[in-house]
Design a protein around this ligand. Structure first.
Ligand code: BEZ
Length: 236
């Protein structure tokens, strides 16, 4: 019998996307209706994130935090898309509970019903040794062309830092718009890094910097937000 089951194992081979890969497409049911990903989000940055379970403490604090920050994500042309291995009715009942807990707050971003774990497996959100029936806290930052630009994983017991997620998107958008890189602990308004020269001629033009491969330059916070934002975004 086991042999027959082995032979009948029709599970798909999943290979999660990595940074630089095209975000795998899927069609899913969500709390806002059916979603075709990434087509429905064309031209937008997307934070595709999973959480382990509805009606759990850390996840509840994360959902209200995401909702409270949604205007700041909007300002940087970013949409949120949540996922958990749960039914739509569970998601909706949880949203209702959140609303009662937080003065009528309405969760306005979609949450995927991924009961068959198809999307979670497609994106490497199931870490078998943590749980084989629920997703870890994964975050995929996907750009307007549908390319995965950053991936984060958090354990179940630790809620995400939403400013860090926004800082990453602002950093990626800054890098794209100004052709710069961002140093450790960079915050908008801090000095940025010029790309290291890759030819002898470029190294000479780089100026008299030491070491030759590391050159800071100023980039005002206002200039960043003017370029990437629909409105100036508060930090926290
Ligand atoms: C939580 O959201 O609090 C949680 C969820 C799954 C495991 C542990 C904590």
């Amino acid at each position: 019998m086991d042999d027959i089951l082995d032979l009948c194992d029709c599970s798909e081979n999943y290979s999660m996307p990595l940074i630089g890969d095209r975000a795998p497409g899927f069609v899913a049911s969500t709390t806002d209706g059916a979603v075709t990903f990434p087509d429905d989000f064309a031209g937008k940055w997307v934070v595709l994130f999973s959480h382990p379970s509805d009606f759990t403490p850390v996840c509840t604090t994360e959902f209200i935090a995401f909702q409270n920050d949604i205007k700041y994500f909007d300002e940087i042309n970013t949409k949120l898309l949540g996922l958990s291995v749960g039914t739509l009715s569970s998601h909706l009942a949880w949203f209702d509970a959140i609303s009662k807990m937080y003065n009528g707050a309405n969760i306005t971003f979609p949450l995927i019903d991924d009961m068959n774990m198809h999307v979670a497996k497609l994106y490497g959100m199931i870490h078998e040794n943590a749980s084989n029936t629920s997703a870890v806290r994964a975050v995929f930052i996907i750009d307007p062309k549908g390319i995965v630009r950053a991936i984060l994983y958090y354990p179940a017991v630790l809620g995400r830092n939403l400013w860090e997620i926004r800082r990453m998107i602002i950093g990626l958008q800054t890098s794209d718009a100004f052709g710069v890189a961002l140093p450790a602990n960079w915050e908008p308004g801090d000095d940025v890094l010029a790309p290291a020269p890759t030819t002898n001629e470029a190294m000479r033009k780089h100026g008299n910097v030491s070491p030759w491969f590391l050159k800071y330059k100023e980039l005002a916070e206002r200039d960043i937000y003017e370029k990437i934002c629909t409105k100036h975004g508060d930090k926290k």
